[in-house]
Design a protein around this ligand. Structure first.
Ligand SMILES: Nc1nc2c(c(=O)[nH]1)N[C@H]1C(S)=C(S)[C@@H](COP(=O)(O)OP(=O)(O)OC[C@H]3O[C@@H](n4cnc5c(=O)[nH]c(N)nc54)[C@H](O)[C@@H]3O)O[C@H]1N2
Ligand SMILES: Nc1nc2c(c(=O)[nH]1)N[C@H]1C(S)=C(S)[C@@H](COP(=O)(O)OP(=O)(O)OC[C@H]3O[C@@H](n4cnc5c(=O)[nH]c(N)nc54)[C@H](O)[C@@H]3O)O[C@H]1N2
Ligand code: SF4
Ligand SMILES: [Mo]
Length: 760
C-alpha cells in the first residue's frame, strides 16, 4: 500500500519538511513538503540520502565484534554485556576517568540521543568527555555564557527582516545555514536584496554565498579579530554607538571602548587585506542601517582567535543597536526550552591532564583527545566510547588519533558503519536507521529564524530486535550502574518514557505547554517572589520553564505531543520577538560586554599586527552542498560527478609553484602530508589554499564501499591538534600554514625562474 509520511530531514540544521512516499518497506520518493510552515517545500539535494542510508547494504544491522578472523556478528545481549563488562573492568582497575567518550554531530539531530545521553554519561562518570562542539561552535557558546549567562542562549540572525546581512566566515548557501536554522536560506538571502537590502560576504574564498551577495571582500585567514576590533574602533571614534532599548542593562561599554583604541582601520588594513576606508564604511553601514546583522560562523570560530571573534561580533551588534531587535540578532522561544531547564553551562572548572586546556560545558577540547589516550600518566584514557562521531576524519591530526585509538585497551562505537574511526573498535553497536525512529528537532528550534515545532512518527517499523540509540544508552547505563535504588528508579523512568514520552513531558512544561488552573491570578503575585530566587533554584526553574505560564502569558497554550501528532506538517509559533530581558540568565541581569577573560586574551592579538614574514600558504576548509561532514559519501547519488576533494589554489600561487590544473601536489604541514590534485581558480585569495574536510576514506578496513572508492584525502591529516584557540580550547581548522610542492615535474612549464626549494 502506498503511504505518505511527513517529517523533517535530520541531516543538517535547516529543518526542511519532507514528504516521503512509501510502498510497504520501500521508499518511493522524497520531496519537499510544501505545507511545512517553516521550509515551505524547500529541500536540498541531500534529502534523498535518507533513502540511500535506509537501503544501504553497507549499513550495519547487527552488533559486530572484532576477532582475530575479522568482524563477527553477535547478538545484542552478548554485545551489551561484553561492552559493559570491559568498561566496568577498566573503570574498576584504573578509575572512572580512564574511560572517555566522544559525541559526534548527528547526536544533535536526534532527540532520543539528546534526551537520554545523560544516563550513559552519568554511568560512565568520567571527566574525559569530548564532542564536535570543540571542533565547531564552542566560541559562540562561550560568548553566550559569558555575556548572556547561558551557553545555549544563542542570538540568531532575523534573516527575514534584515536589510543588511554581513556574513563573515560562513557559507550558508552551501551549508544551508549554521547557528541560523533557516530552510531555503538562498531564497531568504535573495529576498534581502529584493527588498533593496544588502548582503556582504567576508571570506578568503569567493563562495557560493558570495555569488548571491552584493559584495565580497577577501580577508587573510585568521585576521578577522583585527577587522572586528577596527570596526568597533570606528563605531566609537565616529560616535556611531546606539544601544537601543538595551541601554540600561549594558555593562562594560567604556571598557570595550578602551580596549579597542589601538586598532584603527589604518593599523589593521595591511594585515587583514581590507582597505581602511572599506572597514570604516562597513562600520557606518552596520550602524546606519536600522535592521542589520553581523554574523560569523565556522571560519571565525575554528581559528586561532575564535573566542575573541565571537565576543567582538556580539559586541558590535549590541553597540550598534542590533541585538534583540527586529532584523538584527534575536532570541528564540522554543517549545522545548532547554535554556530554562538544566544548568547555565560552565567553563574552566577543570583542565585536561596533558596540556591543561579548560573544560567547557563538562567537556574537554577534542584537540586533546589523542594525547589524553597516548599519555603515560595515571590520567590516561584506556577505553573509549564513540557515539555518532568520526573524529579520525573530523578532529585535527587524524593520523595521530588513528594511532591513539589503535592502542586502547577497549573501544566501542555506536555507529551504523565501519568508519575510519569505528574500524578501531572492539565492538560496534548499530542503532536503527534514520527513518526507523520518530523525529523531533529539539536543538535547532533554539537556533531557528522563526519559532516552530514538529513531531514525526517513524516511517518504517524498526527490524525486530534492533535498538534505537537511546535504548542502547539505557541498556549500557543499566549494566554499568546497576547498583543503587535511585539509578534503578531513574532507569525505569527513562525506559518507560522513552524518547517521545520525555519530549512530550518537556513540551507540556515549556512556554507553550499546559497552563495550571488559576495561574494567571496567583502567578501575578508569585512572580516577583520567584524572581528573587537564584536561577538555580528548582522552583524558579519550574516557573521559568513556563509551568505556571505567568511569564509568557500571551502565547498560544496547550501544546502537547498529541497536538503535534495531529499536525504532521509542523506548527508555526510565530516570528522572533524582542525577548532578551526575559531570557537573560546573568546573575546581575545585565549583558556583560567586557568579561575579563576576553580583555586578557587581547594581549595575543598584538603580535598579529606585526606578523613574521610568511613562509607558506594558509590552508582553509570548505563545504559542498552534496556533502555532510564525513558521512554521506556512501550515497552514490551524492558523490557522483567531478571529484570534489581538490586543492583550490589561486593562479598566481599556482604559477609560483609550477602547478597546473590537476597537477598532483604534496601539501605539507606540521602535522602531516597529503597528496591531492590542484584546482586552479580565481575564486580563492592569493596566498590561500582550500581542501574540503570529511574525506580520506582510503584507510584500510572501512566498510563504506562507495566512499572508499571515492576516497579523497583528509584535511585533518594536515590540521595540527597542537594548534588551538588558547582562550577557548577550540580547534584551529582554518588558517593552517602549509607548504606545497608539485609531485610530477613533467607537468611543469618553466616560464619563470625555478624556485628550487619546491622541486625534487
Ligand atoms: N578541518 C575541518 N574539520 C572539521 C570541520 C571543518 O570545517 N574543517 N567541521 C567540524 C564540524 S562543524 C563538525 S560538526 C564535525 C563533525 O564531526 P563528527 O561528528 O565527528 O563526524 P561526522 O562526520 O558528523 O560523523 C558522524 C558519524 O555518525 C554516524 N551517524 C550518523 N547518524 C547517526 C545516528 O543517528 N546514530 C549514530 N549512533 N550514528 C550516526 C555516521 O555514520 C558517522 O560515522 O567535524 C568537524 N571537523
Ligand atoms: N552541505 C553541507 N552542509 C553542512 C555541513 C556539511 O558538511 N555539508 N556541515 C554542517 C555543519 S556540522 C556545520 S557546523 C555547518 C557550518 O556552516 P558554515 O560555517 O556556513 O560552513 P563553512 O563552509 O564551514 O563556512 C566557513 C567559511 O569560512 C571561510 N573561512 C575560512 N577561514 C576563514 C577566516 O579566517 N576568516 C573568514 N572570514 N572566513 C574564513 C571559508 O572559506 C568558508 O567559506 O554546516 C552544516 N551544513
Ligand atoms: S538543507 Fe538539505 S540536508 Fe539540510 S535539512 Fe534541508 S533537505 Fe535536509
Ligand atoms: Mo558542525
Amino acid at each position: 500500500m502506498i503511504k505518505t509520511h511527513f517529517r523533517n530531514c535530520n541531516l543538517c540544521e535547516a529543518m526542511c519538511g519532507i514528504r516521503i512516499e512509501t510502498e510497504d518497506n520501500t521508499v518511493l520518493s522524497i520531496k519537499g513538503d510544501t505545507e511545512d510552515p517553516f521550509s515551505k517545500g524547500f529541500i536540498c539535494p541531500k534529502a534523498v540520502a535518507l533513502q540511500d542510508i535506509q537501503n544501504d547494504p553497507d549499513r550495519l544491522r547487527q552488533p559486530l565484534r572484532r576477532t582475530d578472523d575479522g568482524w563477527q556478528e553477535i547478538s545484542w545481549q552478548e554485545a551489551l554485556d561484553f561492552t559493559a563488562q570491559r568498561l566496568t573492568d577498566i573503570k574498576n582497575r584504573f578509575g572512572r576517568h580512564s574511560t572517555g567518550i566522544y559525541l559526534g554531530n548527528p547526536n544533535v539531530h536526534n532527540h532520543g540521543n539528546m534526551l537520554h545521553i545523560r544516563s550513559l554519561l552519568k554511568a560512565l562518570g568520567s571527566r574525559k568527555r569530548f564532542s564536535a562542539t570543540s571542533l565547531d561552535q564552542l566560541p559562540h557558546m562561550l560568548a553566550n555564557l559569558q555575556m548572556f549567562g547561558h551557553q545555549n542562549l544563542f542570538p540568531v540572525v532575523d534573516i527575514d527582516n534584515t536589510d543588511l546581512f554581513i556574513c563573515i566566515g560562513a557559507n550558508p548557501v552551501a551549508s544551508n545555514g549554521s547557528l541560523m536554522t533557516a530552510a531555503g536560506i538562498e531564497k531568504r538571502l535573495k529576498n534581502i536584496r529584493a527588498r533593496d537590502g544588502q548582503v556582504i560576504v567576508i571570506d578568503p574564498r569567493k563562495t557560493e554565498t558570495s555569488r548571491v551577495a552584493d559584495e565580497h571582500l577577501f580577508i587573510r585567514p585568521g585576521t578577522d579579530v583585527l577587522l572586528l576590533l577596527a570596526m568597533l574602533y570606528t563605531v566609537f571614534e565616529e560616535q556611531l554607538t546606539d544601544s537601543g532599548h538595551l541601554g540600561e542593562i549594558l555593562k562594560g561599554v567604556e571598557t570595550v571602548r578602551h580596549h579597542c583604541h589601538d586598532y584603527s582601520p589604518e593599523t589593521v588594513a595591511e594585515a587583514t587585506g581590507i582597505p581602511a576606508q572599506r572597514i570604516r564604511l562597513l562600520s557606518r553601514q552596520l550602524a546606519g542601517t536600522r535592521r542589520a546583522a553581523l554574523y560569523g560562523r565556522m571560519g571565525v570560530s575554528t581559528q586561532a582567535y575564535g573566542a575573541l571573534c565571537s565576543w567582538l561580533i556580539y559586541c558590535l551588534n549590541t553597540l550598534t543597536g542590533h541585538l534583540d531587535s527586529r532584523g538584527g540578532l534575536m532570541f528564540t522561544l522554543p517549545a522545548i526550552d532547554m535554556i530554562s531547564m538544566g544548568g547555565r553551562g560552565s567553563f574552566g572548572r577543570y583542565h585536561s591532564s596533558v596540556r591543561q586546556l579548560p573544560e567547557f560545558g563538562g567537556e574537554l577540547p577534542s584537540a586533546v583527545l589523542a594525547e589524553e589516550m597516548l599519555t603515560d600518566s595515571k590520567e590516561k584514557i584506556r577505553a573509549m566510547v564513540v557515539v555518532a562521531g568520526n573524529p579520525v576524519l573530523s578532529a585535527p591530526n587524524g593520523s595521530q588519533l588513528d594511532q591513539a585509538l589503535e592502542q586502547l585497551d577497549f573501544m566501542v562505537s555506536i555507529d551504523s558503519y565501519i568508519t575510519e574511526t569505528s574500524r578501531h573498535a572492539d565492538i560496534i553497536l548499530p542503532p536503527t536507521g534514520p527513518l526507523e525512529r520518530s523525529h523531533m528537532d529539539i536543538i535547532f528550534p533554539i537556533l531557528a529564524v522563526r519559532n516552530t515545532v514538529k513531531y514525526s512518527p517513524p516511517v518504517f517499523m524498526p527490524e525486530s530486535g534492533s535498538l534505537h540509540d537511546w535504548e542502547i544508552f539505557l541498556q549500557l547505563a543499566a549494566r554499568l550502574n546497576n547498583t543503587g535504588i535511585s539509578a534503578r528508579l531513574r532507569h525505569r523512568f527513562d525506559q518507560r518514557l522513552g524518547a517521545d514520552g520525555l519530549a512530550g513531558l518537556l513540551l507540556q512544561l515549556g512556554p507553550y505547554g499546559r497552563t495550571l488552573p488559576g495561574s494567571r491570578i496567583w502567578g501575578s503575585w508569585l512572580e516577583p517572589l520567584l524572581n528573587r530566587l537564584s536561577s538555580r533554584n528548582p522552583l524558579r526553574r519550574l516557573w521559568l520553564n513556563g509551568a505556571m505560564n505567568t511569564q509568557y502569558r500571551d502565547l498560544p497554550k496547550g501544546l502537547s505531543l498529541k497536538y503535534l501528532q495531529q499536525h504532521p506538517h509542523g506548527v508555526d509559533l510565530g516570528p522572533l520577538q524582542p525577548i532578551l530581558r526575559q531570557r537573560l540568565r546573568t546573575r546581575d541581569g545585565q549583558i556583560q560586554l567586557a568579561p575579563q577573560l576576553y580583555l586578557d586574551d587581547l594581549a595575543r592579538v598584538k603580535t598579529l599586527l606585526h606578523p613574521e614574514p610568511e613562509s607558506g600558504l594558509k590552508l582553509i576548509g570548505r563545504r559542498h552542498i552534496r556533502s555532510n561532514n564525513s558521512w554521506l559519501h556512501n550515497s552514490h547519488r551524492l558523490i557522483k560527478g567531478k571529484p570534489r576533494c581538490t586543492l583550490m589554489i589561486h593562479p598566481q600561487d599556482a604559477r609560483d609553484h609550477y602547478i597546473e590544473n590537476d597537477t598532483l601536489v604534496d601539501v605539507v604541514s606540521t602535522a602531516g602530508t597529503v597528496r591531492i590534485a590542484a584546482e586552479i581558480t580565481e575564486n580563492i585569495m592569493p596566498g590561500v589554499v582550500s581542501i574540503p574536510h570529511g574525506w580520506g576514506h582510503h584507510r584500510s578496513g572501512v566498510g563504506w564501499q562507495t566512499a572508499s572508492a571515492n576516497a579523497g584525502v583528509s584535511l585533518n591529516d594536515l590540521t595540527d591538534s597542537q594548534q588551538v584557540d588558547l582562550l577557548s580550547g577550540n580547534a584551529v581548522l582554518n588558517g593552517v600554514t602549509v607548504q606545497i610542492r608539485p609531485v610530477s615535474a613533467s607537468t611543469l612549464k618553466r616560464s619563470e625562474p625555478a624556485d628550487t626549494t619546491y622541486l625534487d
